[in-house]
Design a protein around this ligand. Structure first.
Ligand SMILES: C[S@@+](CC[C@H](N)C(=O)[O-])C[C@H]1O[C@@H](n2cnc3c(N)ncnc32)[C@H](O)[C@@H]1O
Length: 202
């Protein structure tokens, strides 16, 4: 609650939402590079870790220093976060917009609260995510169902304008890339998971 702008949630996501976020990764074939954006306390990470095999790489980017330290401890102490031999995991304590290098990923599992962010930030983060996907790669992101409608109805003019612009930006990416969406009821609150795929060059 002390950082609602970045967190955008009062409870960690449920295991069902985590499974939805990682649903395409669960169908992976061969070795993969995975980016998790906004790992938080590890609700999605916990579903990602068992899917990884020898040679796979997981980069976790999280802006909050305390949360990344907490997540690192979970990897050291909890069986559910035990990596198989030969899997590489990197903890990156950074704003995703500062993600260094030009590394690209087969899967990006994303749970930042986009609706909290100003329109130019949403545009730059989503552009970066598409840039960092390999051709054929899949980006999944979650968004609470029903909440935006209330926020819009009870928000002031500035909030409503930012929300409209964000929805337009997200919609323009969705028009290009969206392949599926799923509603996960077993989460507080229920949430949509959207899946975007970068076209394969072949
Ligand atoms: C809605 S929470 C999701 C946490 C966790 N994945 C879950 O589902 O329970 C969003 C997370 O993204 C992190 N975050 C927010 N903005 C960020 C940014 N620009 N770069 C990296 N992490 C960010 C927050 O600190 C928070 O841990």
């Amino acid at each position: 609650m002390s950082d609602f702008f970045h967190m955008g949630a009062v409870l960690p996501s449920s295991r069902y939402l985590g499974q939805a976020g990682a649903a395409y990764l669960a169908q992976k074939q061969g070795r993969v590079d995975v980016l998790e954006v906004g790992s938080g306390t590890g609700s999605f990470t916990r579903e990602i870790v068992p899917l990884l095999d020898v040679g796979d790489r997981l980069d976790m980017v999280e802006i909050n220093t305390d949360l990344i330290a907490y997540l690192r401890r979970r990897f050291e102490t909890e069986p559910a976060f035990q990596l198989k031999p030969g899997v590489t995991a990197n903890f990156i304590n950074s704003d995703v917009r500062g993600l260094a290098g030009r590394f690209t990923y087969d899967y990006i599992v994303f749970s930042l609260p986009l609706t909290n962010f100003p329109p130019e930030m949403v545009q730059s983060i989503l552009s970066l995510m598409i840039e960092r996907l390999k051709p054929g790669g899949v980006f999944s992101y979650v968004k609470y169902a029903f909440i935006s409608r209330f926020k819009y109805l009870f928000g002031g003019a500035a909030t409503q304008s930012a929300m409209r612009q964000n929805q337009e930006t997200i919609g323009s990416f969705a028009d290009l890339y969206q392949i599926e969406q799923r509603l996960v009821w077993l989460n507080v609150p229920p949430a949509w998971t959207f899946y975007w795929q970068k076209p394969d060059v072949n």
